[in-house]
Design a protein around this ligand. Structure first.
Ligand SMILES: Cc1cc2nc3c(=O)[nH]c(=O)nc-3n(C[C@H](O)[C@H](O)[C@H](O)COP(=O)(O)O)c2cc1C
Length: 187
């Protein structure tokens, strides 16, 4: 098989069901994450892997966070927050673990965490699992960050929802790469 197929065909999957990867498959995904490009080999990234009762606990954290942020929140919006962690059998929280460094600015460290997330998405797709990278208000919320144990200089860069696709993988959009790449200087 064309070795680039995985990178070129990967798509996000929002409708996910059991099973999520475990055991060796999950280990393979983690290995892909920690081999993402990383200026200075700082490994400015860590991940929380949440499944089972952990998802119920995360649901509770989201409800409390949403209520604290807006005590007048509507029941419908609150219900949506409550159900967010139920959208997949596993959520991997990607945390940029930035550290002061004279040569490697914070932005590069956050990017290195993002690179690890993309490696995980590709690895999951390669193994036949579905995943989608989501952010939203909960990534910025102080209550959520505290409950998940984030410390200063850390930030949530995504909730990666992981599982088995409910339907077949969709086809990727046909993107004209020439729109994005040009020779420089102009020929
Ligand atoms: C940093 C980042 C944050 C994202 N946050 C969300 C999100 O909160 N909700 C969402 O539906 N998609 C979000 N996306 C987009 C999806 O992960 C996905 O890339 C998009 O739906 C396009 O699908 P594709 O990956 O199959 O091209 C985010 C993507 C990135 C890179």
């Amino acid at each position: 098989m064309n070795k680039l197929h995985i990178l070129q065909e990967r798509v996000s999957v929002s409708k996910l069901q059991e099973p999520a990867p475990d055991g060796h498959a999950l280990y393979e995904v983690f290995k892909a994450a920690v081999r993402a490009a990383d200026h200075g080999m700082l490994q400015p990234r860590r991940f929380l892997v949440i499944s089972g009762v952990g998802l119920q606990q995360l649901s509770h954290v989201f409800v409390t966070a949403a209520t604290k942020a807006n005590p007048a929140i509507s029941p419908a919006v609150l219900e949506k927050c409550k159900n967010m962690p139920n959208r997949a059998p596993m959520i991997i929280v990607a945390i940029a673990k930035c550290q002061p460094n004279l040569k490697i600015p914070r932005q590069e460290q956050v990017i290195a965490c993002g690179a690890a997330v993309q490696n995980m998405l590709n690895a999951l797709f390669a193994l036949g699992y579905g995943a989608i990278w989501r952010t939203g208000e909960m990534t910025q919320d102080t209550h959520v960050k505290n409950e998940l144990g984030l410390v200063e200089d850390e930030e949530i860069i995504g909730f990666i929802y992981v599982g088995t696709p409910v339907q077949e993988f969709s086809s990727p959009p046909d993107i004209d790469v020439n729109t994005f790449f040009k020779a420089w200087p102009d020929e």
